[in-house]
Design a protein around this ligand. Structure first.
Ligand SMILES: Cc1ncc(COP(=O)(O)O)c(C=O)c1O
Length: 421
């Protein structure tokens, strides 16, 4: 047990900051749920730490296609562990590169039609390390960053000392163009944006953004984390679906969502990948992904590329769910993606509805509150997947209908103290 050093002010700072976070209804509580691989999206809630708890149907997983429970993917991980052991044993430079790392990088490069690929230990790290390294490489970089870019992109952009950041309004190409036009013509420029924005479920205009990049001599960097596996004829993301992958300089993705495993990556030209491989601290100085993870991810990417039925199935399920919600008069935000946000509008109400979904109905949907989304736009974010049955959907629609009517919006406009904390 750590002995408290009462003299150091950081302890008091933590107490104060946590009290503030609780008062604002932002205190984070985790819900431990054990995924049942053979029955996904069924999980078990381990009540009072007793195994074999209650069954819960999860509606918030980012394993969108269920690839993390696909037997071929799991078998690839198990046999890699048997053959090569549990961990990678080193960084990529220090005995941590196996043939499977290179095979997966080649597979990802081919998926996105790029010359080369580079693996990172997570999607977060791929964004943070790549953006920071690029934007500190030459003097004078200006990064044009969409206002709603993910925290990992912001971390990389903010960490690039010496570069300038210009934030443009979300998906607003007129604003982007005005800001590009106002920048010095000879400055090296990078436009950083996403394809599918995961909280609102909207999709950017990639062709339009690339046209502006060409007009103003900017490079483009896109995060396809919520799109890979799901969009495009082989799951190459929205860039593949829209036929614009060749117009984007750097495509970043994750192996942890549509591919259901773990890890992040970028794909780009051979020299950009080679430069990042040789310069990005977040790539060089960390133990590489273990063989089991890489083998599973490789199996998953290959399956997802070749099996279009998985993409057809998820969109059929999403459309069926929306039709059921509509028929029952349960409000949701219509999006052009697979994401179904249910607006709730208040942090405490959002947590209460989420808690009651779990306690009363055995359904789990994560409450999405500030700072992940702006105050007043709190929501439940539902991700129907290929294995959500009609019966599961009927239950969720019924439960939401009851709870949205029963749980009132607090009238004070002030977020009450988090009673669950
Ligand atoms: C847009 C976006 N980019 C990157 C990441 C990080 O990916 P990973 O979970 O693989 O670290 C996330 C994670 O949720 C994300 O939403």
């Amino acid at each position: 047990m750590t002995i408290r050093n009462a003299r150091h002010p950081f302890y008091d700072f933590c107490d104060q900051a946590l009290a503030d976070i609780r008062r604002q209804g932002r205190y984070r509580t985790f819900t431990p749920l054990a995924r049942q691989a053979a029955r996904y999206p069924v999980y078990e809630e381990e009540l009072n730490a007793v195994p074999d708890g209650r069954e819960v149907v999860v509606w918030s997983s980012n394993d969108y296609l269920g690839m993390g429970v696909e037997p071929e993917v799991c078998e690839a991980a198990i046999s890699a562990i048997r053959e090569h052991g549990a961990g990678a044993g080193g960084t990529r430079n220090i005995a941590g590169t196996g043939p499977w790392h290179k095979a997966l990088e080649a597979e990802l490069a081919s998926l996105h039609g790029k010359e080369a690929g580079l693996l990172f230990v997570s999607g977060y790290v791929s964004n943070q390390a790549s953006l920071q390294t690029i934007l500190t490489s030459m003097p004078g970089w200006i990064c044009f960053s969409d206002r709603q870019n993910h925290a990992s992109m912001i971390a990389g952009i903010k960490g690039a000392r010496g570069s300038q950041t210009v934030i443009y309004e979300h998906n607003d190409l007129a604003d982007l163009e005005a800001k590009l036009a106002a920048a010095p013509a000879d400055a090296p420029k990078l436009i950083a944006f996403e394809s599918v924005y995961s909280m609102d479920g909207d999709i950017s205009d990639i062709a339009g953004t690339c046209a502006l990049a060409r007009k103003y001599g900017a490079m483009t960097y896109i995060d396809e984390v919520h799109a890979v596996g799901l969009y495009g004829e082989e799951g190459g993301g929205v860039t593949q679906r829209d036929g614009v992958a060749d117009q984007v300089d750097i495509i970043e993705g994750t192996l942890a969502k549509g591919f259901g495993v773990h890890g992040g990556y970028i794909t780009a030209s051979a020299q950009i990948v080679d430069y990042l491989r040789s310069s990005a601290s977040g790539f060089i100085f960390t133990t590489s992904l273990p063989p089991s993870v890489v083998a599973a991810a490789l199996a998953s990417v290959k399956l997802v590329r070749s099996q279009n039925w998985r993409r057809e199935k998820i969109f059929e399920r999403v459309n069926t769910f929306r039709a059921k919600m509509r028929a029952a008069g349960v409000p949701f935000t219509m999006t052009p993606s697979h994401i179904v946000p249910v607006p709730v509008g208040d942090a405490e109400r959002c947590k209460t509805i989420s808690r009651r979904l779990l306690n009363d109905y055995g359904l789990y949907a994560t409450p999405i509150n500030y700072p992940t989304v702006a105050r007043g736009t709190e929501r439940l974010r539902l991700t129907p997947g290929p294995f959500h049955t009609d019966e599961m959907m009927d239950r969720m629609v019924e439960a939401l209908g009851v709870l949205l009517a029963e749980v009132p919006v607090p009238s004070s406009g002030q977020t009450p103290v988090d009673k669950a904390a």
